[in-house]
Write a protein that binds this ligand. Structure first.
Ligand code: ARG
Length: 449
């Protein structure tokens, strides 16, 4: 095998070692970014006078044709997985295309530098797609919220009936989460500074100005020479930041998934999910299961695990590059793929939900949902809140004991609990619309992503 480091070795690498150290199986995902990095690097080499214009042209032609084959997919059909990693493999393919000039490509360069740049470019590109996918999900959520604008459902704390809420406000809560997710990704993006020129760990013999002049305006991403070569080749904070942001997106999606899973149970019966987004059972003919939502909920464990695994892998590593760091890629790629898939399927699933208004109305008949509103009513009449809380508590207790509905009690009966409780007033209060309209503390803001 054409290794980048064969000279010092007299013996062939053990087969087990070759297999064990191989990362091409997964880091082929970085192929395009490795090529983009090399296309920039040859500009630097040319500027520094380390390759002539003919060599530059040969390298540029070779690298561009590799990049094209990566973009059209043919590169991956012929890939030889026996090579150590994507960086060594592209070097070898280039040697076949550009001949001797390719032997100069690795001048003033190390894979430690290459892998940092390529991974950063990958993170930058995927993050942009993540934000687009988050936006699509948020738009689906907004559509569903607006289509059911006037709909009210019981709100829960401790998964027990609490106070009625508008479905719009319910989804607006998730919108807030996705907005924070977007900001978290943007924050992560703003901390990613792709660089060229770290060498293995100590920088290179090329002037930093040379890097800046050569790579200026080459891409929409700003690439500079590093402020610290040691830090650049040692740093995987950006991977951890992104895995953290992805974990929180997973957390939010799992909560949304869980709400919807509950809502489509017979016990809640708030929603119907279209059949095309459900699956069945091989044994129980009647089943229509929300497997998509369960998988979304379940993926969260993998997202947290991926984040944890890179956190732990990086802990206590001495400067600078260590091969341990190769283990950042599988968790990173896995989490990115999971979340991109989740965002797409959830955006589509939200468009396939209908609310069961009649069933929800039955649940809203639960008079205890309005207990807080009744206590507020007594406060408006001048009673201390603690006392009002106690009296309405007694009213609820009386209702439970007597098995009666509050709306069926007359003034006389109500006065057994407290003389300030009046039947016509309570009737007005025991109403979902009255309840949500009486909440005024939340400042209405536009739904904007
Ligand atoms: N495959 C390696 C990684 O992903 C690339 C860097 C290898 N560098 C080295 N000095 N062995 O981290």
């Amino acid at each position: 095998m054409n290794k980048l480091w064969g000279g010092r070795f007299q013996k062939k690498t053990n087969k087990l070692v070759e297999e064990f150290t191989n990362s091409l199986r997964f880091d082929q995902k970085l192929a395009r970014y490795d090529c983009l990095g090399s296309l920039l690097h040859i500009k630097v080499l040319r500027k520094a006078g380390l390759i002539n214009s003919k060599e530059f042209a040969q390298l540029q032609k070779g690298l561009t044709s590799i990049k094209d084959s990566i973009e059209n997919g043919s590169f991956f059909k012929k890939i030889d997985l026996g090579f150590e990693d994507i960086h060594s493999y592209i070097q070898t393919v280039l040697e076949q295309k550009a001949g001797k000039a390719a032997l100069k490509l690795h001048t003033c360069r190390s894979r430690n530098d290459q892998v940092s740049l390529a991974t950063k470019l990958y993170c930058l590109e995927e993050s942009k797609i993540l934000i687009e996918n988050l936006h699509k999900l948020d738009s689906s959520l907004q559509q569903l919220a607006e289509a059911n604008n006037a709909l009210i459902i019981p709100g829960f704390t401790h998964l027990q009936h609490a106070i009625p809420v508008r479905i719009y406000d319910y989804f607006f809560a998730y919108h807030q989460m996705f907005l924070r997710d977007k900001k978290r990704i943007e924050q992560t993006l703003s901390n990613i500074h792709p660089t060229l020129g770290s060498g293995a760990l100590a920088g290179t013999m090329i002037e930093s100005d040379c890097y800046h002049q050569a790579i200026e305006n080459l891409s929409h991403v700003k690439i500079t020479s590093p402020q610290s070569a040691l830090d650049t080749v040692s740093d995987r904070d950006f991977v951890i930041d992104l895995l953290h942001a992805l974990s929180i997106i997973g957390l939010h999606l799992s909560r949304l998934a869980e709400d919807l899973i509950l809502w489509c149970t017979k016990e809640f019966d708030f929603i119907d999910i279209d059949e095309s987004f459900c699956t069945g059972s091989s044994l129980m003919p009647q089943k229509k299961n929300p497997d998509v939502l369960e998988l979304v909920r379940g993926y969260t464990g993998r997202l947290y695990g991926n984040y944890q695994s890179v956190m732990v892998m990086m802990k206590g590593l001495p400067l600078s590059y260590n091969r341990d760091m190769q283990h950042d890629k599988e968790p990173l790629f896995d989490s990115i793929e999971i979340v991109q898939k989740e965002l797409a399927v959830m955006a589509a699933l939200l468009q396939n939900i209908t609310f069961k208004r009649d069933k929800i109305e039955i649940q809203l008949d639960d008079e205890t949902l309005y207990a807080t509103d009744m206590a507020d009513h007594l406060v408006k009449k001048g009673m201390e809140f603690k006392k009002a809380h106690h009296i309405i508590g007694e009213l609820v207790q009386y209702k439970i004991q007597s098995g009666q509905k509050i709306v069926d009690m007359d003034n006389q009966e109500l006065s057994k609990v407290h003389p300030l409780l009046k039947a016509p007033e309570l009737k007005k209060i025991i109403d979902p619309k009255h309840s949500v309209d009486s909440k005024k503390s939340v400042k209405k803001v536009k739904w904007e992503f």
